[in-house]
Design a protein around this ligand. Structure first.
Ligand code: NAD
Length: 328
């Protein structure tokens, strides 16, 4: 085999392996490797795909969002695709992202930095101010109908103060306190415990009995939506300022930044303090704030070009220790 043939073979083996892992993670809620290991294999695939663009398989995880949608729930077609995010792992990746945005837009712009909540994304629809439907991201085009389960989340408003037609999107998560209590209860009952709050949130939102979901106390932070221009929300900064007026819960720790330096300071600050938060985060999302500029930048097949997710370095050993401290 030539070196090229070997690389192409490796590329195709990685697609099989990553697809298998994605099925375990997204559909079965039972990952068999850490996120860091998945990310390492995925980055290896991306780098090979860059070298051999003519050999990219259509079933490659780089060509789609998430995985197939489970058959357990009714399917919902999203009003607009729910995308993934491109990843950054170091300062150079952030610098490159910022420089590329400036280059594409021909000027310096404002960014909003947010915590990357480690949960699963949801789209929630209101008609005339009434809660009518909630869906998972699924494969980005089609998600699972989880209306009854999301309705049990206390912080999700069921009736808005104004008769709005609006879709809000965000992350459902399980607070650390709910996760610890759930695992303690399960251990006492002789049941298998959940590996982490993200898996347990994903399993909980896909319960067939909404009463089980209600007992496990999930929560949500909203960070985007599909809505009319009349709301006067023209940027991510506007969205964070105005969503609370409609009872939509947002994470308060977002920050407007004006340079790669400011973005990096935020990443370091939040990374240093992340274990003190009452919920898990796995990184920082950096977004171009202005919606017109976002539209100008556009998207790839899988992710917007106006945002990037910085992933914190893996800290498995530390998390393990902390879990033990809490449970004794
Ligand atoms: P992603 O997790 O890298 O980023 C996209 C997601 O971030 C969004 O869909 C949204 O749900 C979430 N998010 C959280 N806070 C947000 C915010 N403030 N603004 C916008 N989005 C926010 O991409 P992905 O496609 O959801 O998943 C890929 C990741 O899933 C991998 O990098 C890996 O970490 C994990 N994964 C792990 C395995 C495994 O076997 N362990 C398998 C597949 C995927």
């Amino acid at each position: 085999m030539t070196k090229d043939q070997e690389n192409i073979q490796r590329m195709h083996d990685l697609v099989d392996q990553l697809n298998h892992l994605a099925h375990q993670y997204y559909v079965l809620d039972q990952p068999s490797v850490s996120d860091a290991e998945y990310d390492r294999l995925y980055q290896e695939l991306l780098s090979l795909e860059q070298d051999y663009p003519d050999y990219i398989l259509s079933e490659s995880p780089s060509q789609r969002v998430g995985d197939q949608v489970s058959e357990t729930f009714a399917k919902v077609r999203h009003s607009q695709p729910m995308l993934s995010l491109a990843n950054a792992f170091n300062r150079e990746d952030i610098d490159r992202f910022v420089a590329n945005v400036y280059k594409e837009l021909g000027k310096q712009v404002e960014f909003v930095c947010e915590l990357k909540i480690d949960g699963l994304s949801v789209a929630i629809n209101y008609e005339k101010g009434r809660y009518v439907q909630a869906a998972t991201r699924g494969n980005g085009e089609i998600g699972e109908n989880i209306t009854a389960n999301v309705k049990t989340i206390e912080s999700v408003p069921k009736k808005l103060s104004e008769p709005l037609d609006i879709e809000v999107r965000g992350e459902i998560f399980m607070p650390k306190s709910s996760f610890l209590k759930l695992n303690q209860d399960r251990e006492a009952a002789g049941l298998a415990t959940f590996a982490n709050p993200r898996n347990s949130a994903a399993g909980t939102i896909r319960q067939l009995d909404p009463k089980v979901t209600a007992r496990r106390q999930l929560d949500v932070f909203l960070y985007s939506g599909v809505f009319s221009e009349d709301l006067g929300i023209h940027s991510q900064a506007d969205l964070f300022a105005k969503f609370p007026d409609y009872q939509f819960q947002v994470n308060p720790l977002h920050r407007t930044c004006h340079s790669a330096d400011e973005i990096w300071d935020y990443i370091i600050e939040m990374g240093d303090n992340r274990h003190d938060l009452p919920y898990d985060i796995d990184g920082i999302v950096v977004k171009v704030s202005d919606f017109d500029q976002q539209e100008q930048l556009g998207r790839t097949v899988k992710a917007p070009k106006w945002a990037i997710a910085y992933k914190f370095p893996a800290e498995e050993a530390k998390t393990q220790l902390k879990t033990i401290e809490w449970t004794v």
